[in-house]
Design a protein around this ligand. Structure first.
Ligand code: AMP
Length: 213
């Protein structure tokens, strides 16, 4: 099963993609995590992507497309995957479709998680993430048992540099301008399902699982 999760930054794509991948037995592929990993390793791609990411801008399509095409060829993606953060432009969606077509494959479902702008700003402003397993926490809504430490793996919690207010408002604007056209693109293809992302994590999870079933 190949699934795409769409939604603005802060909609919960990372949390939900992780949990869906566990329930469905398929891999979670996050373009943002892959880019942050490149940055941490100091690769050429990571260094180029850094200034775009820091400002909340999209990394150029040609860089991202190559990275994802390579990732979905790996053996662990054979049974399927949940794509989180990719595609983010219609060009990326078309490139993905072409790459899949060559292998006789298609995307089965696209789920769009919607959350109001006010809620996104609140969520991203207080977000802390585990450096090791990427689990997100929130300083008000989802506090770790021990300050600065991940409940699950004991990793160190950090605040992403693009979660500062200026980058957050850029990311929301970029989403509205460049990623919203994808909603129409997939609606026209007939495989888009809408999911309300404002409920509790478990409620959103259930809605997503039944929407993609
Ligand atoms: P995310 O972790 O999905 O919020 O992504 C963090 C940042 O990585 C974004 O603000 C972009 O700068 C970059 N990024 C991630 N995915 C993409 C993509 N599909 N296209 C372009 N830039 C991306």
């Amino acid at each position: 099963m190949r699934i795409i999760l769409l939604g603005p930054p802060g909609a919960g794509k990372g949390t939900q993609a992780k949990s869906m991948s566990e329930s469905l037995g398929i891999v979670h592929i996050s373009s943002g995590d892959l880019l942050r990993d490149h940055q941490a390793r100091g690769t050429e791609l990571g260094n180029t992507a850094h200034s775009y990411m820091q400002q909340g801008l999209l990394v150029p399509d040609e860089l991202i497309i190559g990275m994802i095409e390579e990732r979905i060829q790996l053996p662990d993606a054979k049974n399927g995957y949940v794509l989180d953060g990719f595609p983010r432009t219609v060009e990326q969606a078309k490139a993905l479709e072409e790459a899949l077509e060559k292998q006789g494959e298609t995307i089965d479902r696209v789920a769009n998680i919607s959350v109001s702008e006010e809620e996104l700003i609140l969520r991203l402003g207080g977000r802390w993430i585990c450096r090791q397993c990427q689990k997100p926490y929130h300083e008000v809504n989802s506090v770790p048992r021990k300050h600065g430490v991940c409940d699950d793996c004991g990793g160190e919690l950090y605040q992403r540099e693009d979660d500062v207010p200026e980058a957050v408002s850029h990311r929301i604007k970029v989403f509205a301008e460049q990623t919203t056209p994808l909603i129409r693109y997939y609606t026209e293809k007939g495989n888009l399902v809408e999911v309300d992302g404002e409920g509790r994590i478990e409620e959103v999870r259930e809605s997503l699982l039944s929407a993609v079933a």
